[in-house]
Design a protein around this ligand. Structure first.
Ligand code: HEM
Length: 486
């Protein structure tokens, strides 16, 4: 929809867009020139319409709430789990199924490398998402230590406190709450607090408005001129960066004067810790990394909590079992006492439910890689430089991996769980989601506080989910609240 509107803005824009996309299309054209005889070895598929490729069909499927239609239609048409397409201005090879996930995860840095769409890379700026090879490993090691279990354990009281305050302010005393925008605000507030110790509501609101425009441009076509969504997003990213740079510089002074602690948040951590080569991160890179992590931390957790509330609203028996588990944990605590790591480990049933929510409606429906060399895969050649699109939702929906895949069944996560490489909401291999444990902690703490305080009914039964590009209920998921007896 957004894409169509952008396209209609002006004729010069279409011309520029055409030039831009023709440049991008050169990978397969080059391949044709280099080795015509090898052309037949390319995976089956189509580049679609000139300029836009098959983007419109992909966006249509997302807005219909059925992103898998795009992939499944083509898997059926070509009778192949590997096919070629052209979307978002890139020639891509879509790879479906656990074998594709295994191939990508185990060949990171050898045959493939993590790749993000150019809109995302340009908006976030030079940061960990741009790094490959040794640089990526060093950078990731530094960030991994911030997200280690030890530092997460220290964050639990803050996450619990922020969550309780959020429920007291935005849920308590209300008859109806629109879940998606409310959770979006909560997750952003939490990230501001944990990454930068920001708690002033005005600053959080200002950053959140910029962040809204920033997020809208992340999956748009990277055309930076007035009128485009990407242009507005670039301006918003600059505004956030300006605000963050002021905070980073002040924090450096505070750290030198010993009025800030080196462990108080992500900003202090990045300013105080060199990488394994003894190099400190430049200030601009710190702001970009925080911006990238705000993005990583925000949308997927917001979507997961929102969908969890939706599924629990539709499945009263599951909700009762979650409540029983959470009540038992609450009963073992003194009044006002915060949750602990041990408490979170006891939330096994609840985490199985969250896992099933992420299987049925994965927050990120795909991952991207770039081919570092010409790849031979399943009898086809994937040319060097080509982008790979790994479909998370295709594997999650596969009845060979998940029997009765259309049914909600949290028990499939008991014991050893689904087969290897078939359940990948957080990706896998060396570039697996850095915030997996962080997400688990914030989601379970929210669930614990929510179910112990409220029961709810969905105001709109079977509310449609669209992908924008993350799954979002089309009306924001309004729910009727009923406070529980303390
Ligand atoms: C339910 C919540 C979340 C889901 C489903 C999720 C999912 C993912 C996925 C699928 C990837 C791509 C992996 C790949 O391409 O192989 C990823 C990467 C990433 N995620 Fe998450 N994520 C979640 C929450 C978070 C949070 C809370 C943070 C930060 C606090 C975070 C930080 C990151 C980072 C930094 C990366 C890039 C890792 C790298 O480049 O090496 N994520 N996530």
């Amino acid at each position: 929809m957004v894409f169509i509107m952008e396209l209609l803005v002006s004729v010069p824009m279409i011309v520029l867009l055409a030039l831009f996309l023709l440049g991008k299309m050169s990978i397969f054209l080059r391949t044709k020139q280099i080795s015509k005889s090898d052309f037949q070895k390319l995976p089956p598929g189509s580049s679609g319409w000139p300029v836009v490729g098959e983007t419109l069909d992909l966006l249509r499927a997302n807005l219909e709430g059925n992103p898998l239609r795009f992939t499944k239609d083509r898997v059926e048409k070509y009778n192949s789990l590997v096919f070629r397409t052209s979307v978002l201005g890139e020639q891509m090879v879509v790879i479906c199924g656990p074998a594709g996930n295994k191939f990508a995860f185990s060949n990171e840095g050898k045959k493939v490398v993590l790749w993000w769409p150019s809109s995302l890379r340009r908006l976030v700026g030079p940061s960990f998402i741009h790094k490959v090879g040794d640089e990526a490993r060093t950078n990731r090691k530094l960030l991994v230590s911030f997200f280690s279990v030890e530092s997460l354990i220290n964050c639990i009281p803050t996450i619990d406190e922020v969550t309780r305050n959020h429920l007291a302010t935005h849920w308590q005393g209300k008859e109806e709450v629109k879940v998606y925008p409310t959770i979006k605000h909560h997750i952003f507030e939490l990230a501001c607090r944990l990454f930068m110790s920001i708690s002033e509501p005005e600053l959080v609101s200002r950053l959140s408005v910029h962040f809204h425009y920033f997020s809208k441009g992340l999956m748009s076509i990277a055309l930076d001129f007035p009128g485009t969504q990407f242009h507005a997003a670039m301006r918003a990213a600059e505004a956030i960066r300006r605000e963050l740079l002021v905070l980073v510089r002040q924090r450096r002074i505070d750290l030198n004067n010993k009025v800030a602690s080196p462990t108080q948040d992500l900003m202090s951590f990045l300013l105080s810790n060199p990488d394994e080569d003894g190099k400190f991160m430049p200030e601009v890179e710190i702001t970009n990394n925080i911006l990238g992590l705000l993005y990583g931390a925000h949308g997927s957790s917001t979507s997961t909590i929102t969908l969890l509330i939706k599924y629990l609203g539709e499945l009263p028996q599951v909700r009762e079992k979650v409540l029983a588990e959470q009540r038992e944990i609450a009963a073992s605590k003194a009044a006002g006492e915060f949750l602990t790591w041990e408490d979170l480990k006891r939330m096994r049933y609840s985490w199985n439910v969250v896992s099933e929510v992420m299987r049925m409606t994965p927050p990120l429906i795909n991952m991207y890689r770039e081919a570092l060399v010409d790849i031979e895969y399943e009898g086809y050649t994937i040319p060097k430089g080509c982008k790979l699109y790994l479909s998370i939702s295709f594997t999650h929906d596969d009845p060979n991996c998940h029997p009765n895949a259309m049914e909600f069944n949290e028990s499939r996560f008991e014991g050893s769980g689904p087969p290897p490489y078939s359940y990948v909401p957080f990706g896998g291999g060396p570039r697996m989601c850095l915030g997996k444990e962080f997400a688990r902690v914030e989601i379970l703490i929210f669930l614990h506080n929510l179910v112990n305080r409220f029961d709810w009914d969905l105001s709109i039964p079977n509310e449609k989910i669209i992908y924008d590009p993350l799954p979002v209920p089309v009306n924001g998921l309004p729910v009727h609240l009923r406070p529980r007896d303390p």
